[in-house]
Design a protein around this ligand. Sequence first.
Ligand SMILES: Nc1ncnc2c1ncn2[C@@H]1O[C@H](COP(=O)(O)OP(=O)(O)OP(=O)(O)O)[C@@H](O)[C@H]1O
Ligand SMILES: [Mg+2]
Length: 220
Amino acid sequence: MSIVLTNVTKSFSKPPIPMIKNINLTIEKGEFVSLTGKSGSGKSTLLYLISSLDMPTSGTIEIDGNNISKMNSKEIHSFRNKNMGFIFQFHYLLPEFTSLENVLMPARKAGLLKEKLILAEELFEKFDLKEKMHEPPGRLSGGQQQRVAIVRSMIMNPAYIFADEPTGSLDSSNGRKVMEIFKSINREDKTTIILVTHDTEFANYSSRKITLVDGEIQTI
Ligand SMILES: Nc1ncnc2c1ncn2[C@@H]1O[C@H](COP(=O)(O)OP(=O)(O)OP(=O)(O)O)[C@@H](O)[C@H]1O
Ligand SMILES: [Mg+2]
């Protein structure tokens, strides 16, 4: 169980300009990896590639032995829903649903709505959001919405969590709380965590730090 990137390049625009340049990287099951680097260095782009949300321009990406460019979109969707939790830089909560309904969306898709209700309630409690469970995200503060997105990423007990600046709109105490929770699920459930952060304190929670410079991994 691992994610293996081989000679991965990602280019945008015309003429194509490489923003991720020939990256070779293996992330083993159970690792807690932080991804840091300046704004525009390619962190989000790399996270999208690592998590199968985007395809490389060249090179290959294997997740748990599957070459993701050879999987059809149905296979990828179902694999992601079962095995991956995502926390985006801009958290895409659905405004027409309550926070609880948002969190349970992956469970609904997998036909596990009833089974996951208790876990959802426990997580809302853990993140200090119990009284906001039945409110739509639009009535929550930015930091509360971000924590709802974190709860949603955890609801399927995924093998992988991909987080892009998950603490960006949290105060330092809530930020630390999220990091402690990541650390404990990494340790106890062996969840692989890949965390983009510009905060060096939070990067220190990880067991491996990767720094991107202009689309390349900095070797020290
Ligand atoms: N869809 C796209 N089309 C064109 N260029 C893109 C696209 N996505 C990203 N880029 C470019 O790729 C580079 C890396 O972007 P990326 O979002 O990965 O940076 P980042 O390290 O996550 O920055 P930040 O810390 O600001 O979030 C930037 O120069 C950006 O303009
Ligand atoms: Mg980014």
